[in-house]
Design a binder for this molecule. Structure first.
Ligand code: C2E
Ligand code: MG
Ligand code: MG
Ligand code: MG
Length: 284
């Protein structure tokens, strides 16, 4: 009894210490300051198209400012923004940075579609389509150059509202993708109901399939399912060539992962794409 109690106390102390370390002083306040000074940074990770052996699109991923005295992982950054009512401000900042940088690529003749992650919570924001449309105007970017990645968890809230919103975004010309497919409440009804273009297989399955027959079957099923619905499939989290080869045999359309590239600053994209066409093209 006594032993169990002291174990509990020790456990509780460890938990508090863990919490203290993972939430540096006043993260919400620090985030607010970063947002107010427009200091978030963007990185871009290519999606490699296996059929054309080329880069048609990249995914935008937000980063805590690299010169900040503290460092915060992206998932913590997003969670904090959601929890403290800052996700709208964060998204506006991300969208404006991304559209500006994407317009610069276009001006330099680099035709890339840029995919932006949208927080599930944002789908309840009534003005979302209007805000996105205005940002396109400001940066003089066509909607056809932009895709939106939404996770499945976005769909469980208000299904009618979500459906209407997705149709409105589609009408404006954005491409739509379901991110982390297979990890949430995947419902086949979504595929029929929503105007989506792409499924992204979560990296849990992509990485798991090298050891697990079940994960491999899940990945194969998602690919078949997507193709039966006329959707394109992207596998995320590809780190090894063996992984890539299995996905190619399975008919996966696009690949993303550290095997090809880590997320990089906008300024590196141009030379990276050039180098890709030199070095990788023949290997694929
Ligand atoms: P996600 O959209 O599923 O993005 C994939 C994550 O996997 C990214 O983490 C990416 O850096 C990482 N990744 C890419 N290739 C590999 C690989 O080969 N191996 C491994 N182990 N990881 C890989 P990141 O950048 O830390 O982002 C985490 C999540 O945060 C994203 O997951 C997305 O849900 C969210 N997020 C990122 N940027 C934004 C944003 O601008 N707005 C919103 N709302 N959410 C964002
Ligand atoms: Mg994503
Ligand atoms: Mg994902
Ligand atoms: Mg993921």
């Amino acid at each position: 009894q006594r032993n169990a109690q002291s174990n509990n106390v020790r456990f509780e102390l460890a938990r508090v210490e863990q919490q203290r370390r993972s939430s540096p002083e006043d993260l919400p306040q620090a985030l607010k300051e970063v947002l107010d000074s427009n200091a978030l940074e963007m990185r871009y990770q290519p999606k490699v198209d296996l059929r054309s052996k080329s880069i048609k699109s990249v995914e935008a991923l937000v980063r805590w400012p690299s010169d900040h005295h503290q460092s915060v992982p992206t998932n913590v950054l997003i969670d904090t923004a959601e929890q403290y009512g800052l996700i709208e401000q964060l998204t506006l900042q991300v969208v404006n940075k991304v559209f500006q940088e994407a317009a610069q690529w276009q001006a330099r003749g680099l035709q890339l579609i840029v995919w932006v992650n949208l927080s599930a919570r944002l789908l309840s924001l009534e003005q979302l389509p209007k805000l996105l449309a205005r940002a396109l105007e400001v940066w003089n970017l066509p909607a056809s150059a932009v895709g939106l990645e939404v996770t499945e968890s976005a769909f469980i809230h208000d299904i009618d509202h979500t459906t209407a919103l997705l149709f409105e975004l589609k009408r404006l010309g954005f491409k739509l993708s379901i991110d982390d497919f297979g990890t949430g409440y995947s419902s086949l009804a979504y595929l029929r109901r929503f105007p989506i273009d792409e499924l992204k297989v979560d990296k849990v399955f992509v990485q798991g399939m090298m050891d697990s027959m079940q994960d491999k079957q899940i990945v194969q099923s998602i690919i078949s399912l997507a193709h039966n619905f006329g959707l394109s499939v992207v596998a995320e989290g590809v780190e090894h060539e063996a992984n890539l080869n299995v996905l190619r045999m399975m008919g996966c359309d696009e690949i993303q992962g550290f095997y090809f590239a880590h997320p990089m600053p906008s300024t590196q994209l141009f030379s990276w794409c050039e180098q890709f066409h030199r070095d990788f093209h023949d290997k694929l």
